[in-house]
Design a protein around this ligand. Sequence first.
Ligand code: ATP
Length: 438
Amino acid sequence: MSLAKRRGFVFQSSEIYGGLNGCWDYGPLGVELLRNIKEQWWQTMTFREDVEGVDAAILMHPTVWKASGHVENFTDPMVDCKECKARFRADQIEDAMCGSPAYKGRKAHKCQAEGKFTEARQFNLMFKTFVGPVEDSGSVVFLRPETAQGIFVNFLNVQSSSRQKIPFGIAQIGKAFRNEINTKNFLFRTREFEQMEMQFFVKPGTDVEWFGYWKEQRMNWFRGLGMQADRLQFHQHEPDKLAHYAKDAYDIEYSFPFGWGEIEGIHNRAAWDLSRHEEFSGKSLKFFDEQTKEKYTPFVIETSAGASRSFMAFLVDAYVEEEAPTADGKMELRTVMKFHPKLAPTKAAIFPLVNRDGMPEIARNIEADLRSQMRVFYDDSGAVGRRYRRQDEVGTPFCITVDSQTLQDQSVTVRERDSMRQERIVSGRLLAYLKERL
Ligand code: ATP
């Protein structure tokens, strides 16, 4: 968290006013990393024939949330401590700490055993607001708690406009809001976050096969972007813990410093969503198969990832502290973010070895050539070793140094972040060299 703040990945929201609990701002490097994660997801999920994208509004007709079950079921049980007024999720007391400074380090379940807690009440996690100038019950709308419903209500619009046939999917990336009772663990549980969801519509009876397919695809996506395989696992929901809409569900979990946590859910939602929207809207959302002349309500396989939670997992996964040799052969501790090159916020840094002999001019020319193609960073201050360390700390995969040999043969050194190996490359070949490795 300290590195994330110091290097401009993540800042507390409204920090100068003391912050707003459960909200975070992405800084200059954070926004690049987040965009790269979303871009990789978008490419993987929609650069295929059978998936279309949408970008639905955050505010939707209030009946959507009745049909989806959120008004009735999107609740967490909440208890209050009568003494210190702290609020807890009733199903998470085991891990929680007492909120009173007078009992520092005391476990909340002790307070519960002493009868300090109220009875559990159900608390709906949706944020409410009003449409128009009159704040009455007729104008209440909700900030969407998930992006999925914008996909379900557009199922036929997308299907007919893009002339897709079952099976096909609809993908969306967007903000979601949940008034979580307790926010915690940095970006893991926040009140405003981003989701990357895809709903895949299939013929009933083929759902089990497609569920298996998407489960594997999604795990491979995290692994393919360099996430360490032994820090990833599937967790199947027990039949008695399945959400009201689900026929089968697996979480992809990541091993965070505080334990395993879900980063993506893969759900077989069967016909729940489309049939509920048919019931509440009175409009048919059935698919008519021209070839077989069958009409049916498709089943849905959902892949629901948090962009912000994935961001945190990629951040944690990349963070390494290791011994590294300095220029004079001693060993020192370096912090390096071993981001996959596709995710790294900055792709290459360019250094003149010294600020004379024409080296800065050559380095600036190289920077200008590369800048239109990728995010690069120019640095001419301090010893080159220190410049390397600064780039390691933000995960820049390549550092390019212009030195005295460059003046003779136009070659530069390219140093790779993880191996720290250096190669000499003729500057005219740099772009092709970097593109291939990125
Ligand atoms: P949890 O049990 O952790 O509250 P959930 O099962 O309610 O999560 P889903 O509704 O399946 O989560 O949401 C899909 C994804 O959205 C999650 O895997 C997670 O990555 C992300 N997500 C959900 N809630 C939050 C949140 N409060 N903050 C950040 N990301 C979230």
